[in-house]
Write a protein that binds this ligand. Structure first.
Ligand code: AMP
Length: 463
């Protein structure tokens, strides 16, 4: 086609007028999504290290599973009729028409991986831990996001009550290590046959009281009767208080299992609260279930902030999940902790008790004055870093005063000062931040002098 015949489309006037606006559109977040900003990093790091240290100590190995899985994996394991599956899953078709879902939790994925990679052939139990984002199309509100993070621990291939107790101990230690007071609520919801018999009794009891119930509970009565026990509405409380308790429907084996878990916890001095209305929202649980709540008030007279929304974490035993997913029967148990809620509870607690947030510790702050010095400074920082020293700096600050102020607020013990003169002389100034005493040293010797001052050589090892 000859060139001149190509007709260029004239931009519509309206579109042209809108163009600059479009170019500068400031995008907002999707509803229920949030950024984790640098100012939060210290808390997130602290939680991550705590979770990782516990995993190492109790020998859980890290597993990472995809964010996207076949939707049926979650529908079958978590169960139809649960809020997570019926209302909260991000479900869609991919370009090939496969029904996929963003994972709403990770237990089902861990069980899938256990089966798929033949982990039942390994020495049992297989202990896995994870940390990562989960997705639930929930109604956003305080502490409830559509993308949030969980840390979780799963023990697969072990039906002994000691496995339940070990997991509860890890949850307890997680918050103990963070210094955040929590309460652990525990219950047993038995095996499916026991639970079925209990549900029948519960429905029978509630049917007789239908006219006293809130609208939600009237629906729960038909759809998911165990959730009747979760109701927070004032008008339903008297009915709930007199409802039959699941513990009375447990057979010998389930009762024994629960008693042993509690005995272990007593032995470990892990405090817990028996809560007969605790049922958890997902279908796959059997026997032990537990949840962790932050404690408000002083430790003498603690009161827990009850309710679904304030739980920091939860979990339980799921002995039938692996076999229901087509694997060789493998009893299992696990739990997960919400990171956003834990960070927020920790911050609230620290604020209320005037505890300072953790700060990253540096060995020294390098202050530079002028272009030459800045160039030499970057090299020096890299050399000191290679020798294991942690040096902070800020090249956007030019005055010595502002750099020393920064060093002060970071509470570093020493500042290293590099000006034009020092660059020419091949020296550097070491300033003791507490006493203000300064010393000029050869640049080649700064590493050793600093390490000596930091007492790195005292016990013949690095800090
Ligand atoms: P679950 O298995 O649903 O009990 O979730 C375990 C923990 O994950 C909860 O106790 C919360 O701390 C956290 N969590 C669950 N759903 C959300 C959400 N929508 N937003 C933030 N955190 C959540």
């Amino acid at each position: 086609m000859p060139k001149q015949k190509i007709k260029e489309k004239k931009p519509k006037r309206k579109a042209a007028a809108e163009a600059p606006e479009k170019k500068f559109k400031i995008y907002a977040l999707l509803r229920g999504m949030h950024d984790v900003l640098p100012r939060e990093e210290k808390y997130w790091k602290l939680l991550y290290h705590t979770a990782e240290n516990l995993a190492e100590h109790f020998q859980f190995s890290r597993i990472e599973t995809p964010l996207l899985e076949e939707a049926n994996l979650f529908i079958r394991s978590i169960g139809k009729g649960t809020d997570v599956v019926d209302k909260e899953m991000y479900i869609f078709e991919d370009r090939d028409g496969n029904k996929v879902a963003l994972r709403p939790e990770e237990t089902a994925s861990a069980a899938r991986a256990y089966i798929m990679h033949g982990m039942w052939n390994m020495s049992q139990p297989v202990k896995l831990w994870y940390w990562g984002p989960m997705f639930r199309y929930d109604r956003p509100q305080a502490g409830r996001y559509r993308q949030f993070n969980q840390a979780g621990y799963e023990t697969l291939g072990d039906g002994d009550p000691s496995a339940d107790a070990e997991l509860i101990l890890v949850a307890h230690n997680f918050y103990k290590d963070l210094g955040l007071p929590v309460e652990i609520h525990i219950n047993s919801i038995g095996v499916p046959e026991e639970r079925q018999r209990y549900k029948t009794a519960l429905v029978e009891y509630y049917r007789g009281k239908r006219s006293y119930l809130c609208d939600d509970c009237k629906q729960r009565l038909n759809k998911n009767p165990l959730r009747l026990l979760d109701c927070k509405q004032e008008r339903c409380q008297p009915v709930k208080e007199d409802a039959p308790q699941i513990i009375d429907w447990l057979e010998e084996e389930s009762k024994n299992h629960f008693t042993k878990v509690l005995e272990y916890l007593d032995e470990l001095a892990v405090p817990y609260i028996l809560r007969s209305t605790l049922v958890r929202g997902l279908d796959y649980y059997t026997r032990t279930v537990f949840e962790v709540y932050p404690v408000v008030g002083d430790t003498e007279t603690p009161t827990y902030v009850g309710g679904q929304q304030s739980a920091l974490g939860g979990g339980g035993r799921y002995d039938l999940l692996v076999q229901e997913m087509g694997g060789k029967p493998a009893p299992a148990a696990g739990f997960s902790l919400g990171i956003e809620r834990s960070v927020s509870a920790l911050k609230q607690y620290m604020d209320a008790n005037q505890i300072k947030p953790p700060i990253q510790k540096f060995d020294a702050y390098l202050a530079q004055l002028g272009d030459h010095a800045r160039r030499r400074a970057l090299k020096a920082i890299n050399e000191l870093r290679n020798s294991g020293l942690k040096i902070d700096y800020n090249f956007s600050k030019n005055s010595l005063k502002s750099q020393l102020e920064a060093a002060n607020s970071l509470q570093v013990p020493y500042a290293l000062i590099l000006g034009q003169k020092e660059v020419q002389d091949g020296t550097i100034i070491i300033r003791d931040m507490e006493s203000g005493v300064q010393e000029i040293v050869d640049q080649k010797k700064v590493e050793n002098v600093l390490k000596k001052k930091l007492s790195w050589f005292d016990d013949d090892k690095k800090k």
